[in-house]
Ligand binder design. Structure first.
Ligand SMILES: Nc1ncnc2c1ncn2[C@@H]1O[C@H](COP(=O)(O)OP(=O)(O)OP(=O)(O)O)[C@@H](O)[C@H]1O
Ligand SMILES: [Mg+2]
Length: 294
């Protein structure tokens, strides 16, 4: 008789989206994956997006400034405060008032989203991440362990937790690695993004050794592809390199509409927001589920 492990089925997959190169589309892809996984009728996944980047671009793409300021930032409920006052977040873990649960995203049919939640950030993380203590004695945790600790009681509430990482290696990014089962590396097929990918893979290998962890790079996601000859040559070199995580079949093209999508605007349908990349995003969500598991 085959036993099904229910806890395994119910537990969220935690995925970091990262590359050491900036501007490769990490935030855009977290936004799109979150919107399609939660909202597309085929998938209906329960998604929590976490903005771990002090630039806070994911936060401004998914939630209004007014709600962010009044309900989260002014109340000390954005991510930097997790690293400043972890005790409060840990005590509050059951109420999870640091999670924004309403009116996330400007996709018009968001009322049909099965669940799209956000842990918002704030630029204050820039200063806080520079001055982290070696440990928090009140809760006996190191900064690198905080995100994993805060996520743990939430794992049964979601199918996917997507973490938008800053293009750097520091304790805050390491805290995402420690909290994650897998990572996806967006890459524009150009030299510097490929360097960013390579360097990140080296860091992940070292990280897994030092922290006795198994963060698995499950895919390289080609982004902002403009099909020039130079980019196509670079793309082919990425595809054939056995040391890189396997390339997603779905490639995201360079499109003005996608760039506009990071600006939270009036309600839009998926097609208005993603234009001719809508079908690619649907396919990407499907491939994501196959790659990462349900
Ligand atoms: N497929 C695309 N087509 C056109 N523009 C894009 C595309 N993807 C992202 N962009 C634009 O490129 C810029 C960088 O994208 P994004 O912020 O998603 O990258 P990032 O990797 O998160 O950057 P950072 O490292 O600064 O966090 C943004 O202005 C965004 O709107
Ligand atoms: Mg970003």
């Amino acid at each position: 008789m085959k036993y099904v492990n229910l806890s395994e089925i119910m537990t969220a997959k935690v995925i970091s989206i990262c590359n050491l190169k900036g501007g490769v589309g990490k935030t855009t892809l977290v936004m799109a994956l979150a919107e399609y996984l939660a909202g597309d009728t085929m998938y209906k996944k329960r998604v929590l997006a976490i903005d771990l980047d002090p630039q806070s671009n994911l936060t401004s793409a998914l939630m209004s400034e007014e709600v962010w300021e009044k309900e989260f930032n002014n109340r000390g409920l954005t991510l930097p405060f997790l690293f400043k006052n972890p005790e409060y977040f840990l005590e509050d873990a059951k109420n999870d008032s640091f999670i924004a649960k309403h009116n996330i995203s400007n996709v018009r049919n968001r009322n049909y989203f099965s669940q799209l939640h956000l842990i918002p950030s704030s630029p204050r993380l820039f200063e806080i991440q520079e001055d982290l203590p070696s440990g928090y004695y009140s809760c006996n945790l190191k900064p690198v362990e905080l995100l994993r600790t805060i996520i743990k009681p939430l794992l049964n509430n979601y199918d996917y937790i997507l973490i938008d990482c800053a293009p750097t290696i520091n304790t805050v990014v390491r805290s995402a690695f420690l909290a994650s089962n897998a990572c996806i590396i967006p890459c524009v097929p150009n030299r510097m993004s490929i360097h960013g990918l390579e360097l990140l893979l080296e860091h992940i290998e070292k990280f897994n050794r030092v922290y006795v962890h198994n963060l698995k790079p499950v895919g390289t996601l080609i982004s902002r592809y403009n099909r020039t000859m130079a980019q196509t040559e670079n793309l082919n070199s990425i595809i054939v390199n056995p040391f890189y995580p396997p390339v997603f079949e779905t490639k995201i093209l360079e499109r003005a509409k996608i760039a506009e999508g990071l600006e939270l605007s009036n309600y839009l349908t998926y097609k208005q927001k993603y234009d001719d990349s809508h079908d690619s995003m649907v396919k990407l969500a499907k491939e994501f589920i196959q790659r990462v598991g349900r």
